[in-house]
Design a protein around this ligand. Structure first.
Ligand SMILES: Nc1ncnc2c1ncn2[C@@H]1O[C@H](COP(=O)(O)OP(=O)(O)OP(=O)(O)O)[C@@H](O)[C@H]1O
Length: 630
């Protein structure tokens, strides 16, 4: 058994595109964060661990996940809570992005680590055997929904009265949900992914995929250590809680279903806050502190993880932006105060062996103890000393556990006593009512008897008493008088409105007149309807004529157009013929032209020839050779 305070970490997420670049907090180192906004400038807070915008998922796991898994493997219960405003990174930190390895969150990494350790221990032949199961649930609108078996909706958790055995109740709560055996981290991860798709989420103004429920994933670890002559069986739980985010309606724009979800989320977070506050008070030594575990499903289910037998870690996720300073500082304050919670945690182990072996072991321990007390300084091996120490711790454990149990039982007894007192009050009131009722029944029976016997005296006496009683009340009560006056006035008015005989006749006459009028109007209406029908018929006939006429015209036009087209075609072919003839003529002209050119050339040549001849030759040519004179 050991004292353990709640470990608290803060993770500052990077800014998103919706936020302007005005930051209000920063991590000074990996244990301190500091404000540098106007109002809170310089204020700083220390935590067990502070991760900033640049811290990787792996580093967060190393700081938070590994110690949690180690604690669970050593037989102690351990729980991680992710707490913070909506959109601040709780789901990213716990589950992360399944598809990208670097973005996987604490849960998948812890499962990998857990199975690696377990397999190594079992493979080395140490005689240690592990078996593991897991469960996954969500609390949505105060309903517990099993994410492993969607059809199971648990509106009522087994809030059974406890008969002194706290462990029995714990087991009952655990077993009331589906647990699946897991033999590898891949199997566990598949279950998570399936459960994750069933979880209630919605898009809001501040987060595209906002969780609308608290999600609880638990690994139940059973460990059997087979030593010589004795066995140690231990069981522990490793729980991860991704809380739904607190939100302000003005920021998320929630309406309708979203608003109802937000109201339930905020309500259960308020109870969560009150439980933490109560635990802080109790840890500072204040007695008689009431812890309201039963005020919400979340705190009731996780009672063990909050101030019970559990190593608890809270990681508060925050946005660094100035626009979220209110939510961020509320998360920081909440987390800071949670650091004061003290829990007593014990190893859930049972030692078994034959009675003789156990007796022997106790005797040996007793002797060792005595010698140590006497300071005999006997030399024993370091391993034996360690063993003895752990046995002593175990004994101390049992005592504290008993005290713890006693405290819980005392609380429960007190609660039951209060309930009993309330029930007593109700019974007393009923008894009183019963008395009055009996008296009334008796009086009525007397009246009935009186009536049966014709003894009106008893009845009238009873009536007189009743009238007197009311008179007294009326005298003492001015309001009743006013009401009586109003009543009388109303009665007058109603009387005045009663139809006299004359009025009845007048009314009958008016009714007759109106009936006649109605008959005339009905007739007119019928006529109008008939005329309307005729007109509709005429209109339809005209429409038909018009259609036919248009059709005929249309057909004629088409025929005319066809004729025109034929004429055009004929004219076109005529033209084509003419064009062809013209082409022929042109060709002939070209040919003539060519002939003409040749002829001109010849003429030219002849001309040249002629121009070179002498006049005499020309004369001879033209006139013939002159005969010499005889
Ligand atoms: N440390 C981080 N690094 C990178 N991205 C982050 C980090 N923290 C959160 N985010 C991103 O911010 C967005 C909101 O984160 P997440 O859904 O985890 O918020 P939440 O606190 O679970 O919100 P809600 O309460 O509405 O479910 C997501 O897109 C997530 O990927």
């Amino acid at each position: 058994m050991m004292n353990s305070s709640v470990s608290v970490a803060i993770r500052i997420r990077p800014q998103n595109e919706r936020e302007v670049n005005d930051v209000c907090i920063k991590a000074e180192n990996n244990k301190t964060l500091v404000y540098f906004s106007e109002e809170l400038k310089g204020e700083s807070f220390n935590f067990d661990y502070v991760a900033d915008q640049k811290t990787s998922q792996k580093d967060v796991f190393t700081q938070i996940g590994i110690p949690l898994v180690e604690t669970a493997l050593n037989g102690y219960n351990s729980t991680l809570f992710a707490y913070g405003q909506t959109g601040s990174g709780k789901t990213f930190t716990t589950f992360g992005n399944c598809d990208v390895e670097e973005e996987q969150g604490i849960i998948p990494r812890s499962l990998k680590y857990l199975f690696e350790k377990v397999n190594t221990q079992m493979d080395t032949g140490s005689g240690i055997i592990y078996s593991m199961t897991c469960s996954m649930q969500e609390i949505y609108n105060e309903q517990v929904i099993d994410l492993i078996d969607k059809n199971k909706i648990k509106t009522e958790l087994s809030m059974v009265a406890v008969s002194g055995d706290d462990d029995k109740r714990k087991r009952k709560n655990d077993l009331s949900n589906e647990q699946i055996v897991i033999t590898s981290w891949e199997e566990a991860w598949e279950i998570i992914q399936k459960g994750f798709t069933l979880r209630h989420t919605s898009a809001t103004l501040s987060n595209d995929r906002s969780s609308r429920s608290h999600c609880i994933f638990t690994v139940f670890i059973s460990k059997l250590e087979n030593g010589i002559g004795k066995k140690v069986e231990s069981t522990s739980k490793l729980t991860f809680v991704d809380l739904a985010g607190s939100e302000r309606q003005s920021n998320t724009g929630a309406k309708g279903k979203l608003l109802k979800e937000a109201a339930n989320i905020n309500r259960s977070l308020v109870v969560f806050g009150r439980v933490i506050h109560g635990l802080v008070q109790a840890s500072t030594g204040k007695s008689d502190v009431f812890i309201p575990y039963r005020d919400s499903r979340l705190t009731f289910m996780l009672k063990d993880s909050l101030g019970g037998n559990c190593k608890t870690v809270i990681i508060g996720t925050v946005s660094p932006s100035l626009s979220s300073i209110k939510e961020t500082s509320s998360t920081i304050k909440f987390c800071f105060s949670s650091r004061n919670i003290q829990c007593i945690i014990k190893r859930n182990a049972v030692y078994t062996g034959t009675p003789d072996e156990m007796k022997e072991e106790i005797e040996r321990l007793r002797l060792e103890n005595e010698q140590l007390k006497r300071g005999n300084g006997i030399i024993i091996g370091a391993d034996k000393l360690e063993k003895a120490k752990s046995q002593i711790r175990h004994l101390e454990y049992t005592v504290f556990a008993k005290m713890d149990q006693e405290r819980i039982l005392r609380d429960e007894k007190k609660e039951l006593e209060e309930k009993l007192k309330k029930k007593d009050d109700i019974v007393a009131r009923w008894l009183q009512n019963e008395e009055t009722f009996k008296k009334t029944v008796e009086a009525l029976q007397k009246q009935i008897l009186g009536l049966r016997k014709g003894n009106s005296k008893i009845v009238s006496d009873a009536m007189k008493i009743e009238i007197e009683k009311w008179k007294k009340i009326a005298q003492n009560n001015a309001k009743i008088e006013t009401l009586q006056l109003e009543n009388d006035e109303l009665k007058d008015k109603i009387e005045k409105l009663q139809p006299t005989e004359d009025k009845t006749e007048e009314l009958n006459r008016i009714i007759m007149e109106k009936t006649d009028e109605i008959t005339i109007i009905s007739k007119q209406l019928r006529e109008v309807t008939e005329t309307k029908e005729e007109l509709i018929k005429e209109r339809d006939a005209l429409k038909l004529d018009a259609t036919r006429y248009v059709e005929k015209e249309f057909k004629q036009k088409i025929t005319d157009l066809d004729t025109e087209i034929i004429e055009y075609k004929t004219a076109l072919s005529d033209r084509e013929k003419i064009i062809e003839e013209l082409h022929l003529e042109i060709d002939n002209l070209y040919k003539d032209n060519e002939q003409f050119v040749i002829y001109i050339d010849e003429l030219k040549k002849a001309l040249d020839k002629y121009s070179r001849k002498s006049v005499r030759e020309l004369k001879e040519e033209v006139c013939g050779k002159e005969e010499p004179p005889k």
